[in-house]
Design a protein around this ligand. Structure first.
Ligand code: GLC
Length: 813
């Protein structure tokens, strides 16, 4: 069996679809975020974690605490040998006996923990069926000894049932009621309070679900009382009831409620037995009963499992690449898409950051992962966000599904992600009819077209310019931590200027299509003015400044002692086209000189060392972490795109390789984080833990990294008029192939690089025929949408003189 990227903690399976952890004591909890779009759970390699329905914070099922050191809250299975008295866990926590063997396989839509303890080999798989609000724990136990073994299997979790954390437990526990159904071998729980504001802002409603937990084998006893289960002053490592092998059979309204089921099994030597547990939450008890009955059957469980696997295979299989860089392939083919979809869009929660809300800008960016897979899903997300706009063009910065409560904020960029996403959707699909779809506003029921929603957002941004004609930063921009720069509505955001310019330029085209000539002209004029102003007022000599404070003082300038140069102001100058040729080179040289470190480009440098009330909360972080001068992955990914556009292909790939979590994960003692998903940030040199990754899973960098590599390094990306083929690869690559769907057809693209160049398409064969009439675009070509549902493209990169850098790469054929 091939084990890819093996370290002392684990490896990728041969096909890259599993990360196999080989010891339970990883440097931090290494988790999986599993969701079917409604029900979700986080599980670590120790078996700890939490579950929710629809919203990970408003509707948490079990109690859990974010403790990255102990990782000792969760839903556990204890196993007790009734004869020897030995006790262990099917995961590793909470008993933590040293297992004779152990493997945790985090897969796509499931996690399996296999271990061997006291002669019993167990395999414990957790997954969520595609369309139902529950999780299944599929446990098999094998007696690997010569003796008959009598075991008690005991489940345990503390009930939360609603808002999390329920920090005032003495209050919250008073509303929970548990009940046991002997016939079904199942526990049920309700809560007569759900602290979500009702119509008048008061909360006085019941949690609108029934939680249930069942076992497929006969239950001998149960416990719904934490006190009898753990024992007074007891703990989860060795609960009193587990030692006894019997639950108190207490349930009702008066306890600190838990779910715990006790089942006895006997295993002959060599015998294997299966025990299935369910845990879920339904609106009606009848539905819970149906699910309990359905999943008593092993056949139904295995069928649900294979449906999960095939759903993911079909989502992930829509785009596939094969390059000389296996880590790139594993990331693009499997994990980045899975992280973006399961973690960011469906689960919206993780371990370092628990959530549940929709971030207006966040999930709009994430949903673009669907463009090359199934653009309808991106469209649904866009429409959902559209309904969270106010009629003045502003939007909720985030809002909670379930309650619809949101935060109308004054961040300056948030609303602009709507036109940005719509533009990306149209580039992908050519479907301008999305602009005619109608949606209401948060504060007005009357419908408006998506075109109007978008122009309202753009117009709002245009109405908030400084005297110099640069966008005001207001309560912050993409960088949430710059939240004090422009409180008095004087401070400016240079990055936002770049972003707005890109939107104005592209939306002009949409206006023309929409036959709104006046607006097209207005946007195009504003764009040109903005570009001029940005170049006139924000160039610092060797790079673009990042912002100006209300006082007019610059941020991200050589005149600053800390925060001298910021990454986004350079990368977006290039991505947007604000920077002309020479400046784009100078700015990216500055990035290389001042920001690029061993593990990627810093968000800015140097770090702030003391809180600054005139900048914002990012100055309050310890130096080198998060938005205070770490490698903030989301922003670092934009540097890859900028380098490609600047024609610096080797640099683009080098940056990718530096932030690539699989590469970083090869030094787990230094990196700490999971090697299979992107981290929110990698600590910068100002931190004593330079190179450590954290805030994994819940980061917008996953979808962006996918696009940076697929669209820009591999150079296959959708544009208004077709598919652009313009690879910008390391010159050492002899070939790569990519499969992608585009406007209803599957494209198989084989890129050959016989002369080992970085870029420059010399020839394209479409379905066997050399095409000479393609539209040249920079160093690549545009392939107009082709009829039919399957096409094969062979792309030959042209021979170049020695790679002298960008000028050879850009615009030449
Ligand atoms: C977090 C936020 C995102 C923001 C970024 C930078 O990831 O969710 O909206 O853009 O931080 O501050």
């Amino acid at each position: 069996m091939v084990r890819h990227f093996r370290t002392k903690y684990g490896y990728f399976s041969e096909d890259g679809f599993e990360y196999v952890i080989t010891r339970p004591d990883t440097p931090r909890p290494w988790v999986n975020v599993i969701s079917n779009g409604d029900y979700g759970l986080v599980i670590s390699q120790t078996g700890s974690g939490y579950s929710w329905r629809t919203h990970a914070s408003l509707n948490r099922i079990n109690r859990w605490e974010q403790d990255l050191i102990k990782d000792e809250w969760g839903k556990y299975i204890y196993v007790k040998d009734r004869e020897s008295g030995a006790i262990w866990s099917a995961g590793w926590k909470p008993v933590c006996t040293p297992p004779d063997s152990y493997r945790c396989r985090h897969g796509i839509g499931y996690t399996t923990i296999e271990s061997s303890n006291f002669g019993i080999t167990s395999s414990f798989t957790v997954f969520i069926p595609n369309e139902e609000p529950l999780e299944l724990w599929y446990l098999t136990l094998k007696n690997s000894t010569q003796k008959i073994r009598k075991l008690t299997i005991i489940s345990f979790l503390e009930l939360c049932l609603g808002n999390a954390p329920d920090w005032h437990r003495e209050f919250h526990k008073l509303f929970i009621e548990t009940e046991y159904d002997a016939e079904l071998c199942a526990l049920f729980a309700t809560k007569r309070l759900w602290e979500v504001p009702g119509e008048n802002g008061h909360w006085n409603v019941s949690w609108p679900y029934v939680a249930f937990h069942s076992c497929s084998v006969p239950v001998e006893s149960f416990d719904c009382d934490k006190e009898t289960f753990l024992g007074r002053y007891g703990n989860v490592m060795l609960p009193k009831a587990v030692v006894k092998g019997r639950g108190s059979k207490r349930c009702g309204k008066w306890y600190d409620s838990i779910f715990s089921l006790f089942a006895n099994i006997v295993l002959e030597p060599g015998e294997i037995k299966t025990v299935i547990f369910t845990l879920g939450a339904t609106e009606e008890k009848t539905q819970a009963v149906e699910l309990i009955k359905k999943y008593r059957s092993e056949a139904n469980v295995t069928q649900a499992f294979s449906q999960v696997v095939s759903r993911w295979r079909s989502i992930l299989g829509a785009s596939v690449v094969e390059t000389p860089d296996l880590s790139l392939d594993i990331l693009l083919n499997v994990w980045l898409k899975y992280q973006a979809i399961s973690g960011r869009l469906w689960g919206r929660s993780a371990y370092y950051q628990t959530g549940g809300a929709y971030g207006f800008r966040d999930q709009l960016q994430d949903c673009l992962i669907f463009l090359g897979i199934d653009p309808r899903q991106a469209k649904q997300q866009i429409l959902l966000h559209t309904r969270h706009q106010f009629k003045d063009g502003n939007v909720y910065h985030w809002w909670h599904p379930m309650t619809e409560l949101g935060l109308p904020s004054d961040l300056s960029d948030t609303m602009l992600w709507l036109p940005y996403a719509v533009l990306s959707y149209i580039q992908e699909t050519g479907d301008y009819s999305i602009l005619d779809l109608q949606e209401p506003f948060v504060d007005e029921k009357n419908l408006a077209t998506l075109y109007e929603h978008c122009t309202l957002a753009i117009d709002r941004a245009l109405s908030r310019l400084s005297k110099r004609g640069l966008p005001l930063i207001a309560a912050g921009d993409w960088n949430d931590g710059l939240n004090a720069v422009g409180r008095k509505m004087q401070g400016e955001s240079i990055w936002l200027g770049h972003f707005l310019y890109a939107i104005l330029r592209d939306f002009t085209r949409v206006c023309i299509y929409y036959d709104d000539k006046e607006r097209a002209q207005m946007y195009s004029m504003c764009a040109e003015k903005l570009k001029k102003n940005l170049n006139a007022y924000s160039w610092d000599g060797k790079w673009y400044r990042r912002a100006t404070k209300d006082s007019g003082e610059p941020i991200g300038s050589k005149s600053n002692a800390e925060g001298k140069i910021y990454l986004n102001a350079q990368t977006w100058a290039i991505i947007s086209g604000v920077a002309e040729n020479k400046r784009s080179q100078i700015a990216m040289n500055a990035v290389e000189e001042h920001l690029e470190k061993k593990f990627g480009p810093l968000l800015f440098s140097p770090a702030y060392t003391a809180p600054d009330e005139t900048i914002g909360y990012l100055t309050r972080y310890a130096p080198g972490v998060r938005e205070n001068s770490s490698v903030y992955t989301h922003a670092a990914v934009w540097a890859i795109i900028a380098e490609v556009i600047a024609g610096r292909c080797e640099t683009a790939y080098r940056l990718f390789s530096k932030i690539n979590p699989i590469n970083r994960g090869m030094k787990p003692g230094e990196y700490f984080a999971e090697p299979y998903v992107t981290p929110g940030n990698i600590e910068g040199p100002a931190s004593p833990f330079f190179g450590r990754g954290s805030w994994t899973w819940y980061t917008g960098s996953a979808a962006w990294l996918y696009r940076a590599v697929f669209d820009w390094i591999l150079g296959i990306r959708a544009d208004f008029d077709g598919l652009i083929i313009d690879p910008h690869i390391p010159s050492s690559w002899p070939f790569f192939t990519a499969k992608r769907t585009f406007r209803g057809a599957t494209y198989l693209i084989k890129v050959e690089n016989p002369h080992r160049v970085n870029c420059g398409v010399a020839e394209i064969r479409i379905d066997g025929v050399i095409k000479r009439d393609l539209h040249a675009l920079g160093s690549g070509f545009l392939v107009e949408p082709l009829p039919g549902d399957h096409h094969e493209l062979v792309v030959v990169l042209g021979k170049r003189r020695r790679n002298l850098g960008i000028s050879l790469c850009k615009g030449e054929l």
